[in-house]
Design a protein around this ligand. Sequence first.
Ligand code: ZN
Length: 366
Amino acid sequence: MSDYFILLSAGKSKRFKSKLKKQFIIYKNKPLFEHSLQTAIKSKFFKEILIVTNEKIKTTIYKNVKIIKGGKERYDSTKNALNYLKNKKVNNVYIHDAARPNLSIKLLKRLKNKLKTNTAVVPYLNSENSVKYKVINKIKNLNRDNVLLTQTPQCFKFKELFNLYKTNNLKITDEASLYLNNNKKVKFILGEKNNFKITTINDLKNLNSKNYYGIGFDIHRLIKNKKLYLGGVKIPFHSGLRGHSDGDVILHAIIDGLLGAMRKGDIGTLFPSNSNKFKNIRSKNMLAPVVKLLKDNNFDINNIDINLICENPKVSKIRNKVIKSISSLLSINKGLINLKGKTVEKLGIIGKEQAIACEVICSLSR
Ligand code: ZN
């Protein structure tokens, strides 16, 4: 007796306004349906995986995958797959929508476990929204604590499910409805929020973000009688950095890195050094309009990696406060920022503590 996984991939994508069927749209570099297919294979729980579809798809790269012709509605598609299984020695079937690409092995494990003592197991989420429902012309409130939003995979003892399908004449949108219509017990277990369904092309647009990278470099000469600022914080030191502004090499390199990733020129474009308007400006005030540009153009920072090149001050002594400052200036988590120290074996003007340089790489997503 074996378990089988049915991957429903024949939907007509009525709510998905695209020429390409939803299941074949590329999500994270592969067609939507392949995500759950690979998870099901990886779990090693299934003797065979049935992909129900009306499209020609290449599955020769996968072992134990069978293509089943899709039906008119989801219901008909499931029926086709169950009919294929009727003469096999099937214990359980897991029925999953290809439009839920983030199926996890963890959820499969929990479902499998509950199937040992139940004949039907279905994952659900509670509603985060308030729920109303319509009776004739009246809108009524529904206590959202009593609302169960069902997910897939929905898992069943094959025999019982097959028999229910055989005698059913009602239109159903999932197998859980079939069980409830027939007063059969369903064990509902908490699903996973990440196991969401992609229903519209906008869902996908929101999910398919692209990454961009920018590089920044800066160097300033050290001079006496000036305060040293690095990453927006004052650092006790014998000299400060000469410059039109406070000479903060870290923030200047970050600004160039961010502008580079956004493809918006460089720091000189934003702050011409021949303009008196920006004389003695604090560099954190130069960063603020760049942060606004990020926001206005819907960019998110993935991470920032910084090399501070100097003999002194020692990076290990200032790391925590510099990272804390940058994280607050950019409103990002400290964990996204890395600061490394690099000495130059006392070579050149940096080695003689006459200058400090900095290089940065920024990764953004949109
Ligand atoms: Zn600079």
